[in-house]
Design a protein around this ligand. Structure first.
Ligand code: A2P
Length: 341
């Protein structure tokens, strides 16, 4: 490819779609032409990209003619239907949905961890689940030095993971609650304002795990290339607009100290340590929102493991950026065709 790439964004009007645009702009991602794709509902409107108005077009099977890179974030049904069409048309797809993540032919990539897998792609590269990304950016460099054999993690997930409409619903239901008005939810079928609830994905009646938890377990194993790592997860939605948090405890094969963890994380790409015990200041969604790093703090020995193999910590990362758009754009930056452009 000798020209600047033609880039399509599928789901351009969504919460992640907007961050694709902002992230490409911020990182000076080369774009010859932008194709802004969404549903028929949005067709005819326009978005701003680098000072230009770009017309939003309805996604159709013909949308990918001449497209080099297609960033998808319109849900897994749309990805399943249209990503293979985009690949057939000659595009490389970076897909933010769960549609292809566990397909053995599809690399599942967090560039800080396994950028080398990008070269294996056959047209589609999958962006991992946001909770998996948030946990693995700090866990992978530790795992590399002292294998993690077991992880227990609990998430505190923001509305952004359920899309722009869920974010709006959190704001509107909070306003209604404060005004003492009744509110009928349309997106999240549970009271969201001033409430906390188990993640709103389907529960497997046999295991009791919801889809989000299963994704974290399976995707973590695939990304770390370690099928034996034991992972227990509880995924919970909290009334925060964007940026997820996670309480993580992990047990390593060899003894490990909190100073060793700090030393590893202080050099880890994509990690920023926020761990001020004197001021009781640790990772918070409000600080993680709008920035690229996974914030890590509360790094301490897990007192329930007297053998000294276990550490607990608390992390926060912007679900829309490192958990979605930023990770996808980082993948697109590493595509060989771009290096030739
Ligand atoms: P639209 O705004 O036209 O409905 P979010 O994840 O924030 O909910 O955003 C979902 C994105 O997926 C939006 O950009 C939405 O576009 C897009 N989308 C939903 N359904 C379709 C569809 N059938 N074809 C194309 N894009 C769709």
């Amino acid at each position: 490819m000798s020209h600047e790439p033609v880039v399509a964004i599928v789901g351009v009007t969504g919460a992640v779609g907007a961050e694709f645009i902002a992230t490409m702009d911020k990182r000076n991602f080369h774009v010859g032409k932008l194709k802004a794709l969404a549903s028929a509902r949005s067709a005819g409107r326009s978005i701003d990209f680098r000072g230009q108005k770009v017309l939003i077009e309805e996604l159709t099977p013909h949308s990918f003619h001449g497209v080099d890179i297609a960033l998808f974030s319109a849900g897994s049904g749309i990805s399943k239907k249209y990503a293979p069409i985009a690949v057939k048309s000659g595009a490389v797809v970076v897909d933010n949905s769960s549609a292809f993540r566990m397909d053995p032919d599809v690399p599942l990539v967090i560039p800080e961890i396994n950028a080398n897998r990008i070269r294996d792609h056959k047209g589609i590269i999958a962006n991992p689940n946001c909770s998996a990304i948030t946990a693995l950016v700090p866990l992978a460099p530790i795992h590399r030095q002292n294998r993690i054999r077991r992880v227990i993690l609990s998430t505190y997930q923001a509305a952004s993971g359920a899309g722009a409409a869920a974010m709006e619903e959190l704001v509107e239901s909070t306003r209604a609650h404060l005004d003492g008005r009744p509110f009928t939810p349309k997106v999240i079928p549970l009271p969201y304002a001033f409430n906390v609830f188990s993640h709103n994905t389907a529960i497997d009646p046999e295991t009791g795990y919801n889809d989000e938890e299963t994704k974290v377990i399976n995707e973590s194993r695939k990304i770390l290339e370690d099928d034996d790592i034991a992972i227990g997860v509880t995924c919970v939605r909290v009334p925060v607009l964007r940026a997820h948090c996670e309480a993580i405890t992990f047990e390593c094969e060899k003894p490990i100290t909190e100073d060793e963890v700090r030393a590893i994380l202080s050099k880890a790409p994509g990690v920023r340590i926020v761990d001020d015990r004197a001021k009781n200041y640790f990772p918070m969604p409000i600080d993680a929102s709008g920035q690229d790093d996974v914030l890590v703090g509360r790094i301490r020995r897990d007192l329930s493991d007297s053998s000294g193999h276990s550490i607990s910590m608390f992390v926060s990362a912007d679900q829309l950026l490192k958990g979605a758009a930023l990770n996808a754009v980082q993948i697109a930056e590493l595509l060989p065709q771009r290096a030739m452009a």
